[in-house]
Every structure is written in structure tokens, then in C-alpha cells.
Write a protein that binds this ligand. Structure first.
Ligand code: ZN
Length: 342
């Protein structure tokens, strides 16, 4: 089978398109014939060697996988060859105390697909049967590959880690990104008023098309005051954050009393300064969110099936063009999703 492997870290890293032996499933695994795989910031961190976990090379990246089951392990009896499936990329053990209560996102033995195990920029991938989620008939492979990582990340943030009440004000940082476009749509479906930030006019238009009521230019020096102006100086009830660095500090300047910043990433910096006085005086919260649970994956695909959540796919690439997809995402010329179609 054909696969794109990362053989050396860097910016850009060195990739190799090669023919590898077809993977064989362990008793509790299946082989999935990959039809589409989304690209994410996670893949760039793998490429540059910027993840705080050990990684062995060569490695086939790709975490947002949609495909068809091609082969079953000997113990797998609840799936069939030909089933259309998405794979939950934060692989989980299914047995630890957190998995048993449905919090697979904080599994004690969690691993990242496409980072610690070979991923979906390949014709085939192996995955444990428990990590599979059925793709509804109404959802095509590209839509699944454009939603199941970024969209379920937003679903986990907004329906599990934090809660939106109708008519809340929600600020979505990076509103044209994969997580951002999904977070805008989910927030609107839950009845919120949505403000989104984006760094270019084109990206602000994408955020508006995703349903944002207002957009602000995150490159202007005092954009938080613009957010406060839009909300009559009250501030927002929730900030959906995945950028980190100075932008996370600025997000707190936008936050109303009793408000919550929920964060799932730190592309612009992992260390921030936080002033604790306003945090406790205004009874605000900073909430971490990591990956997703199976329930979030299922909800994301069900919302897609009934048209409540749409994938924003900017560019499609062939398998051999995967390194170019990495370059485009790194150059920040991609809005929404880049998807490799196989
Ligand atoms: Zn576990």
C-alpha cells in the first residue's frame, strides 16, 4: 500500500511516498481502507518535532481518518467488512477509570493516532475496534475527514467541558480555522451570539459565512476593546481558545463576570501570564479541553447528518501531494480544512 511517511523532523520535514506492506490487524483491531484524511495543527507539530512526547520515525501522519473497513481482527464481532467508519484519533484503553466513566479524552494510556501510531496519509491504517465510529449514510468521507477531529474538538469544548446557555455571548478565537468554523456553528445552534476573531479579510469572511454575528481583526492592537464595545462593555460569557500566548491573555480582557475561557491548544505559545486578581474577583474560569470522547465524535457526525454542522473544506489534495498540504497549512494560507483524498 502507498503511504506518506515523515522520515526527518524539520520545517519543512522530509517526507517519503513509498510502498509499504499492507498492515495486519491484531485480534481487537481492524484495517481501514482510507478514503479521506484531514490535516491538522497536530500534524505540523509532529512534522517539526514540537510535541512533548517521544515520537519514532519514520511515521505516517494523519489523524482525521474516514474510510471503509477492509479487514477484521479475529476477535472483532461488532463490525463488518465494508462498514463506513471514522476513527477517534485520541486512542484510548477502554479500561482505566476515566475510560470507564466515558472520559476517553483523558485516558491514562491514551495515544495519538498519526503520532504514536501510523495514521491516515496512506491507503490503509490499522485501528482498534473500540476507536471506530459509524459514519452516517448522509455524511460523505470528505465531510467526515473535515469534521471528526476539529469539529469534535469544538463539540467537546462546548458541550462537555463548558456549557453554553441560550443568548450567551461567545467569542471564537481563530474563527476561520477548523476548530473555529465548527465552534461558530455549534455555538449558533446552541443559541449564542457569536463574535469571531481572524487575521485577514478573507478569513473574517469565512467566519461570517460560518455564522458569526460579528468579526474582529485579531491583528489590530486593541481588538479586545472592540469585543467589549460589541457587547456594550459587558464582555463575553465564553471564549473558545486554541491559540495561546498573548492572545489567551487578551481573551481574558474580553471576558464578562462569571465567564469561562475554554482552551484546547497553544499554537502561539504554551506559557502565559495570568492575573489572578480579576480571575477570582470576577469568578471566572479557565478550563482545559483535550481531544474528544466517543460521545463527541458521534454527536459531531449526527449533527453533520442533519445539516447542523458543515465541514468548511478549503483545499483537497491527492496522497502524493500531502507534503504540499503541510506547507500550505504552515503558511497559514488554508482556512477551514485541508483534506487529503485517497
Ligand atoms: Zn483508558
Amino acid at each position: 500500500m502507498k503511504a506518506v511517511q515523515l522520515i526527518s523532523h524539520g520545517t519543512p520535514g522530509i517526507f517519503r511516498l513509498g510502498d509499504l506492506p499492507s498492515p495486519q490487524p491484531a485480534p481487537d483491531e481492524v484495517v481501514v481502507d482510507v478514503r479521506a484524511c484531514g490535516l491538522n495543527r497536530l500534524d505540523l507539530w509532529l512534522e517539526e518535532g514540537g510535541l512533548p512526547i517521544p515520537v519514532q520515525l519514520p511515521r505516517t501522519p494523519g489523524a482525521e481518518i474516514a474510510g471503509v473497513i477492509g479487514k477484521l481482527g479475529s476477535d472483532v464481532d461488532d463490525w463488518r467488512v465494508g462498514d463506513r467508519v471514522a476513527i477517534q484519533s485520541n486512542l484510548f484503553c477502554g479500561q482505566c477509570e476515566f475510560c470507564l466513566r466515558g472520559d476517553e479524552s483523558i485516558c491514562l494510556k491514551g495515544q495519538l493516532l498519526g503520532v504514536q501510531k501510523d495514521g491516515g496519509f496512506a491507503e490503509q491504517v490499522v485501528a482498534s475496534a473500540r476507536s471506530l465510529v459509524t459514519i452516517p449514510d448522509e455524511v460523505d468521507f470528505e465531510t467526515s475527514a473535515g469534521l471528526t477531529l476539529a469539529g469534535s474538538t469544538a463539540m467537546h469544548m462546548l458541550t462537555n467541558r463548558a456549557e453554553i446557555r441560550s443568548a450567551d455571548w461567545v467569542l471564537v478565537m481563530g474563527g476561520a480555522s477548523g476548530v473555529g468554523t465548527a465552534a461558530i456553528q455549534i455555538s449558533k445552534q446552541l443559541g449564542a451570539n457569536v463574535i469571531a476573531t481572524a487575521s485577514t479579510l478573507e478569513k473574517r469572511n469565512v467566519a461570517m459565512q460560518s455564522g458569526a454575528d460579528h468579526v474582529v481583526d485579531s491583528t489590530s492592537e486593541n481588538w479586545p476593546s472592540e469585543v467589549r464595545h460589541i457587547t456594550d462593555r459587558r464582555g463575553v460569557d465564553m471564549v473558545v481558545e486554541h491559540i495561546g500566548g498573548k492572545l489567551l491573555e487578551q481573551a481574558f480582557a474580553c471576558l464578562a463576570r462569571g465567564g469561562t475561557v475554554v482552551t484546547c491548544g497553544a499554537t502561539a505559545g504554551r506559557e502565559v501570564q495570568l492575573n489572578l486578581w480579576p480571575l477570582f474577583v470576577k469568578q471566572q474560569k479557565l478550563v482545559g479541553s483535550y481531544g474528544r470522547n466517543s460521545a463527541d465524535m458521534i454527536a459531531t457526525l449526527e449533527w453533520a447528518a442533519v445539516g447542523k454542522l458543515k465541514a468548511v473544506i478549503h483545499k483537497r489534495y491527492k496522497l502524493e501531494e500531502a507534503p504540499q498540504a503541510f506547507a500550505d497549512l504552515r503558511a497559514r494560507t488554508v482556512y477551514g480544512k485541508a483534506v487529503v483524498v485517497i
